[in-house]
Design a protein around this ligand. Sequence first.
Ligand code: IFM
Length: 463
Amino acid sequence: DSVAHELAIDVVAGEQLTIEKIVALYTSRDRAVSEPSEAAVRELGQAGSFEELLERHVLAWTHLWRYFRVDLTDGDVLGDEALHTVHLHLFHLLQIVSPNSIDLDAGVPARGLHGEAYRGHVFWDELFVLPVLTLRAPALTRASLRYRYRRLPAARRAARDAGFAGAMYPWQSGSDGTEDSQRLHLNPLSGRWTPDVSHLQRHICHAVAYTAWQYYQSTGDIGFLVDHGAEMILEIARFWSSAASYDRGRDRFVIRGVMGPDEFHTGYPGAADAGSDNNAYTNIMAAWVLQRALNVLAVLPPRRRIELTETLGLRQEECSRWEEMTRRIFVPFHDGVISQFEGYADLAELDWEHYRRRYGDIQRLDRILESEGLSANSFRVSKQADVLMLFYLLSADELRALLRRLGYRLSRDTIRKTIEYYLARTSHGSTLSALVHAWVLGRANRDKALEHFTRLLRSDTAD
Ligand code: IFM
């Protein structure tokens, strides 16, 4: 289970002994490799001394840092600690995704290389990571998107097996792109195992389509779109089209039985079926994806468009349905705010003060409630930004235009009220929550935004 090296050396009291150890690591999955051990030995033969290696190492980081260094102009407010922590996070990020990983078949695992939680699984976290890379080293984003492209066949199989069309990316996945989400969750507070339906977070598909489109928009890399991006976006659009059903009574398309980014709500209180209906983030972004798929078809060079539609068997009726859906997907509202999902307003309000007083740290309210014999499903409580993800990914103008096309009006007041509404009902049980809130509040409430930003920075260094 371990790789070790024992050295037996005669030492003399008072004399200094320095040991230099240089390691070469190869696997049979590396590119341009025949026999890994031979490659490692060859590499060691030409690696040079520790000093020489260090020099090359420092040079490589200097090059990366020219693109990635961030300075905080508001140093007085945030202090040196904040800057160091931002740099620490960038350092972590670049250890996971770097020029060294471009030719590897590597995704963006949630915990990077710095913690064993999540077993190296890949979730939707690249949605937050790739924008940092795209503007500074777009080749890194392209490599990560190609990792997703190579798993398109697995996503197609998953969609087919679940009775859908197109490609349904897995919520948690590892090497081969199949769904690896846990099916049971242990609540350490109660010692009970409860069903885990987080695989219903179909919004992972939005993350793949969004990052692919955003990469294309930021770089103008039409080659990527032609070879890889278009196919992923079209297949994801197809999935959403098949996951939605037409509700005649409403004359709207609805998407049932999913989980939003807020992982507390696994279903309706007491319901046998898992998932919620018409999660606003899922539905609105589905409309966004369908619009982008139509854009993709419009910007592809004609020959490639024909090839792709032939290969995918994409028919005109399907595209007409997509167009129709961008005008008719249902979005729930209540009390002048966007509802997290249909029926959210029927849930009970939680006595937040009582829980804060009683437990102090209430980030994992789901576990606290379960240990009391209750369920987060019954309350208006969120683990992390769900509706507010819309304001994270889209500008107010974009969101307004999307909703206008769907026949809904989004006033400035609705935006303000929606943000305040969910802010008051979120426990920030995931660090992603503070990230999204810092960004969303940055537009209107900078003091609060700073609070979230500082909390986020400390999350890895202070606990
Ligand atoms: O992807 C996240 C999820 O949104 C919240 N729980 C942790 C996951 C991995 O970071």
